[in-house]
Design a protein around this ligand. Structure first.
Ligand code: MF3
Ligand code: CO
Ligand code: CO
Length: 294
């Protein structure tokens, strides 16, 4: 199976879907405070996607083979939850960390992005994990340009995260995204430089590293979706949808509230919201160890 290449008109559609997904996170940002429940956030996101954006929440009813239908319009993964946390009626409390992952379908195109939020103050350890994971995502993004390989992305992320004392979750990966939620290629967040697929302009995929404060091992929760760290250590994740351009990359999941790229990302590379890079300057199938979902 080949990696789908997007045309200029496909890319225009993906820019809109990506911006809308990011705008849902902008909308939720001020609401993520002690006392709010992730179910409340889910309802607000659902209403905004459907009634304001004229879109479809891609996760609602999403059912890959072997999974029950996903019951919500976003994923909310708190503390030791690695990914795919289902919104619930438990209030967030001071010091929690939570990943909110939103995928909007607009005019048939999928925009997929997630951010970490620290509820209230947060410990230094929790804030550091979220910050390092953000930078790890960008270490991967900064590798994207024609001629680079997927292994370059994974290696950059893994090296950065492990040098910071953290571990990379292996079972879930980034993924091609477009008219389908999850398509080729798989984008592993670990690996060796110079290996795997060569990047070509028109490819669109997510980069969405899951980074653990403790060991990398995970286990399944009890609801068929939720994934947690085996040692119950904190886990963080950020996600962008990224286009390979003729000269580098363009991040498609950007909006007014997107956090700026880290200082190590070449400023000259910036396009809209500082999110596109020239000169290389956010699940699926693949190695047997990776799952089909990001
Ligand atoms: N948005 C997730 C990803 O980044 C996938 C979530 S699927 C769900 O690939 F069903 F759990 F919502
Ligand atoms: Co996602
Ligand atoms: Co994804």
């Amino acid at each position: 199976m080949a990696i789908p290449l997007k045309t200029a008109s496909d890319i225009a559609g993906m820019r809109v879907a990506g911006r809308l997904a990011s705008e849902v996170l902008d909308l939720l940002t001020p609401l993520i405070r002690p006392g709010v429940t992730t179910l409340e956030l889910d309802r607000i996101a659902h209403d905004h996607i459907v009634n304001v954006q004229g879109g479809i929440p891609a996760t609602l009813g999403y059912q890959p083979p072997g999974y029950p239908p996903y019951p919500a319009s976003l994923c909310a993964s708190v503390n030791h939850v690695v990914c795919h946390g289902i919104p619930n009626d438990k209030a967030l409390k001071n010091g929690d960390i939570v990943n909110i992952d939103v995928t909007v379908i607009k005019d048939g195109w999928h925009g997929d992005t997630s951010r970490m939020f620290v509820v209230g103050e947060g410990s230094i350890a929790a804030r550091r994990l979220c910050a390092i994971t953000y930078d790890a995502m960008w270490k991967g993004i900064a590798k994207v340009r024609p001629g680079a390989r997927l292994g370059d992305i994974g290696h950059a992320i893994q090296t950065f995260a492990e040098n910071a004392g953290y571990t990379v979750v292996r079972e879930f990966c980034g993924h091609g995204v477009g008219a389908k939620f999850h398509e080729e290629p798989q984008v592993l967040h670990y690996g060796r430089p110079g290996t795997l697929e060569v990047l070509v302009p028109g490819m669109i995929f997510t980069i969405e590293p899951m980074i653990n404060a403790g060991r990398r091992d995970i286990r399944d929760g009890t609801d068929g979706w939720t994934i947690v760290t085996r040692d119950r250590s904190l886990s963080a994740q950020w996600e962008h949808t990224v286009l390979v351009t003729e000269t580098g990359y363009e991040v498609l999941t950007v909006s007014a509230g997107s956090p700026p790229p880290p200082a190590f990302v070449e400023p000259g590379a910036s396009g809209a919201a500082g999110a596109s890079g020239a000169s290389g300057a956010a699940g699926a199938a693949g190695p047997a160890t990776a799952a089909t979902l990001g």
